[in-house]
Ligand binder design. Structure first.
Ligand SMILES: Cc1cc2nc3c(=O)[nH]c(=O)nc-3n(C[C@H](O)[C@H](O)[C@H](O)COP(=O)(O)OP(=O)(O)OC[C@H]3O[C@@H](n4cnc5c(N)ncnc54)[C@H](O)[C@@H]3O)c2cc1C
Length: 381
């Protein structure tokens, strides 16, 4: 009998976790194909270290082609569509039939949705722009630097604040901090609403300690020259480091898998969509919490969802085993500058609201964050 075809779209946290779990569980019983338009993987946290001049992107970048040595077929191609009727993925180069499908295409960055915003060399979430931002942070001598959250939802909610703390470190080390104003703006009412009041107090307290201005409730509607236009006022920046609006990738929307902007899961524990045999993991999904907020988009959740989807597929294609189920338990490291980090850990699916704990910042937690990257790169690629 021909092996079952399992196709994974996206070689990010979710897709890589799913691919490896499927390979481990299914052996020769399935052909596993992972498709990504890029031939490399790098974690977003490397962008922050690159901007701060602490590490280079290359040190955290791995080739997806190495998956082939692990028995996972890697196809570098653009996914153009998903034909749910015919059970086939349409790529720029051809068609890939599947018996089971894992969609882990992440979120697309859409700076074009803010009129006038053209972030050449200042998009905080684009790995290709990290060196340009680092160069600007390393050369600015006076003026105002703004780190702006330009749309909701956005992935890794603490990342803009981490960027602020790390840039603060760089400007202090350069001796120019007294002449460079630094601030963060967000449309949200507080820094990390989903993490609760204690986490917000920790982040906002640290911003205040470091003289980094915090501007909540600022919804950017346009950029005009050096000014960001908010609903009620406007502000000029010498350097605007932005987090552009996020949207679901086009093939996900055109396939009909997304009911609104994002994919809602019919069975959250195994990350199966309303279409049997089609699973969605990571940033492309939207998971409502008991308090009406949404699960943060984060690699740690994408990874857990990838494993849960893979176990459900393996249960069906081979024999049921003691598989993972997605339970919304996760954590996020938050770098606070001065070589320290804290960790926000939570049971996000708890009722009536998520149960979250935040640790005191420490050098040890920053070490844990470094290990978070190293262990996954080692295991996956
Ligand atoms: C600055 C920064 C710091 C972060 N820090 C952390 C952190 O410390 N901890 C944490 O848990 N999370 C962190 N994150 C968030 C994390 O990166 C994402 O939540 C995570 O990558 C989501 O995983 P995913 O598998 O859903 O999507 P992704 O990792 O984004 O992978 C999606 C893949 O799909 C591919 N793709 C998309 N569209 C197509 C297409 N049409 N055709 C072919 N391929 C396509 C992309 O090339 C990409 O490789 C950070 C993010 C940023 C930007």
């Amino acid at each position: 009998m021909a092996p079952a075809q399992v196709v994974i779209l996206g070689g990010g946290f979710g897709g890589l976790a799913a691919a490896h779990r499927l390979r481990d569980r299914l052996g020769e019983a399935a052909a596993i194909t992972l498709v990504d338009r890029r031939d490399w993987f790098m974690m977003g946290l490397r962008i922050l270290w690159t901007i701060a001049g602490r590490a280079a992107r290359a040190g955290g970048t791995r080739s997806l082609a190495t998956l082939r040595r692990r028995g996972i077929r890697f196809v570098q191609d653009q996914v153009a569509g998903i034909d749910l009727e015919r059970k086939a993925v349409v790529t720029a180069g051809g068609t890939l039939p599947y018996d089971a499908l894992v969609v882990g295409l992440g979120a697309e960055l859409r700076p074009d949705l803010i009129p006038g915003y053209r972030p050449e060399g200042s998009n905080l979430y684009d790995p290709e722009q990290a060196e340009a931002i680092a160069a600007r942070v390393a050369s600015i001598t006076e003026g105002r630097v703004g780190i702006g959250i330009l749309g909701l939802p956005y992935k890794c909610p603490p990342a803009p604040y981490e960027a602020a703390f790390l840039i603060d470190d760089v400007l202090r080390a350069r001796g120019v901090r007294g002449r460079v104003e630094l601030e963060v703006f967000t449309p949200q009412p507080s820094s990390l609403p989903v993490a609760g009041p204690a986490a917000c107090a920790a982040v906002e307290g640290r911003l205040a300690d470091r003289a980094i201005a915090f501007l909540p409730g600022r919804k950017a509607v346009a950029v005009e020259g050096t000014e960001v236009v908010f609903e009620r006022d406007r502000r000029a920046y010498d350097l605007l480091i932005g987090v552009p609006p996020h949207r679901a990738p086009t093939p996900v929307k055109t396939s009909g898998l997304a009911t609104g902007e994002w994919v809602r899961l019919a069975d959250l524990a195994i990350c199966e969509t309303a279409v049997p045999g089609v699973f969605a993991v990571g940033d492309v999904t939207e998971v409502p919490l008991a308090n009406g907020m949404m699960l943060p988009k984060a690699g740690v959740f994408a990874e857990a969802q990838g494993r849960a989807a893979a176990d459900a597929i393996a249960d069906r294609l081979a024999q049921p085993g003691p598989g993972d189920r997605f339970d919304g338990v996760g954590y996020c490291f938050v770098e606070m500058g001065e070589e320290m980090a804290t960790a926000v850990r939570g049971r996000f699916l708890a009722t009536p609201e998520p149960l979250i704990e935040i640790a005191e910042p420490s050098a040890r937690t920053l070490e844990e964050k470094r290990a978070f990257e190293a262990t996954r790169l080692e295991a996956w690629l």
